[in-house]
Design a protein around this ligand. Structure first.
Ligand SMILES: [Fe+2]
Length: 247
């Protein structure tokens, strides 16, 4: 089958925005994001008779597992990674703006050249021996998380010809148990790739899409050291952050 062009995909995005406007949560199968059709159940979910038993066999984390080094992705190797050093911080909040404390927040991202340290990422951008791109921390009493990392680059993917993902960081929130895990993505302000990206455009509500974009915060920037970005995650309610369903 001939791969679609960006023009094909952009036309599909525009059509779906017309027929499915205002979605803060995208449809499970969103045709412009080609593989989304393969990523969700087509049959009713099987009800687990004993949900607690699932938690017994699921992953867990202990508060002592998370160390200070986990929050600084620039200090996980012997040298410093290449790229634009930055702080990313924000709060995890419930629908009433209350902090969600003690939450395990995990992130993963590409390096400054847009390459993941993953065997399935083979596109011709360099790996950085000083950057793995994985971090985690626990939210504090204000619900705040904070990471030091480098700004990821955009990267190509094979959704269609000349498909490029805007720069982003993947976020996971663990919840009280693994069955509550939530996954989403954070973007950077002013990225010219936004309109071309069917993953971001699957959120057809403009305000909900904007909530996925961090704010540059000059007061958070550290002189001679790093740039600051702020991004809050709201778990539910009208201001909720879009979450990838069914992970
Ligand atoms: Fe990604």
């Amino acid at each position: 089958m001939t791969p679609s062009t960006q023009a094909d995909v952009s036309a599909e995005i525009a059509a779906l925005r017309g027929t499915r406007p205002g979605l803060a949560h995208p449809d499970r199968a969103y045709a412009p994001y080609r593989s989304s059709a393969l990523r969700h159940p087509r049959k009713p979910l099987v009800v687990v008779r004993d949900p607690e038993a699932v938690e017994l066999s699921g992953p867990v984390f202990g508060t002592t597992d998370v160390t200070e080094l986990d929050t600084d992705l620039t200090r996980q190797h012997t040298g410093e990674p290449l790229g634009e050093r930055m702080t990313v911080t924000g709060r995890v909040l419930d629908r009433d703006g209350r902090p969600v404390r003690g939450q395990l927040v995990e992130i993963w991202q590409a390096n400054a050249a847009g390459r993941y340290a993953h065997q399935r990422d083979g596109h011709p951008a360099p790996l950085d021996p000083n950057f793995t791109g994985v971090g985690r921390c626990r939210t504090d009493d204000d619900g705040r998380y904070a990471f030091t990392t480098i700004k990821p680059g955009p990267y190509p993917w094979r959704n269609h010809t000349n498909a490029w993902r805007p720069a982003h960081i993947h976020f996971s929130l663990f919840g009280r148990a693994f069955t509550q895990r939530l996954v989403t993505q954070m973007y950077f302000p002013g990225d010219p790739l936004f309109p071309y990206d069917p993953i971001l455009q699957a959120v057809t509500d403009d305000a909900a899409r904007d909530r996925l974009v961090a704010a540059y915060d000059h007061d958070l920037s550290v002189p001679e050291w790093s740039l600051g970005y702020r991004w809050d995650i709201v778990l539910d309610g009208p201001a909720a952050t879009w979450i990838e369903e069914g992970r």
